[in-house]
Design a protein around this ligand. Sequence first.
Ligand code: TYD
Length: 243
Amino acid sequence: MSDASAANTATAPTHPGLFISFEGIDGVGKTTQVNRLREYFREKGCSVTETFEPGGTQLGAAIRHLLLSNAEDSAQVSPRAEALLYAADRAEHVHDVIAPALERGQVVITDRYLDSSIAYQAGGRELSESEIEELSMWATGHMLPDRTYLLDMDPRVSHERLTGEPDRLESEPDSFQNRTRQGFLARAAADPRRFCVIDAAQDVDAVWEQIRTDVDSLLESRHLGGREQSSTPSETSSGAQRK
Ligand code: TYD
């Protein structure tokens, strides 16, 4: 597992913004860290769009409901249809929310992005990684994050942290979550310049400290550190609700 503070700098951006994704299996604490990072950027005067998948657009909210409700019919979604629905959600998300915000020069923070599809639909569901990746790259016009924070944890521990009714994927057995975890780790190993892997079993403050240290070096390398921006920080872009 790589150390956050030793993370590499990101690849050259094709837009004036900064695109950050958070990934990991269910229950690793992504939402808490996304919130901290949003506030951190805002304190620095950066304009931030915070968003999530699935469901970060109006169409996406309908797709999210189809995918994650525990109703009998949604439990029957076939693996290819499931992969296509996540890809459709992502295509709309990039088109309506992510790309416009990056073009405006904003920081975009998304709770899940295409690595989730590769880890869950390929790692977990036994479709091939290359076909899921091709689908997602096509759906997004090859839009990759500048940095991806992978919060990594043993599924037996993360499951204990989940509260509320589990959704359809959270109800999957640990063997599924384990394959998904390995899928994420394999993605990170294949692209260490983009990924920063963090041990999410540490306490929340220790996880945040690693993210903050890495973000500072990322901002330094992008010359964004402390930059005052004229636009008002936006609220969660889509206004969509997760549940
Ligand atoms: P998430 O919104 O992170 O869960 P929560 O409702 O607990 O905040 O994600 C919902 C589920 O969707 C999660 O189990 C992972 C799954 N998922 C995929 O299987 N493929 C994908 O491409 C994405 C984005 C999510």
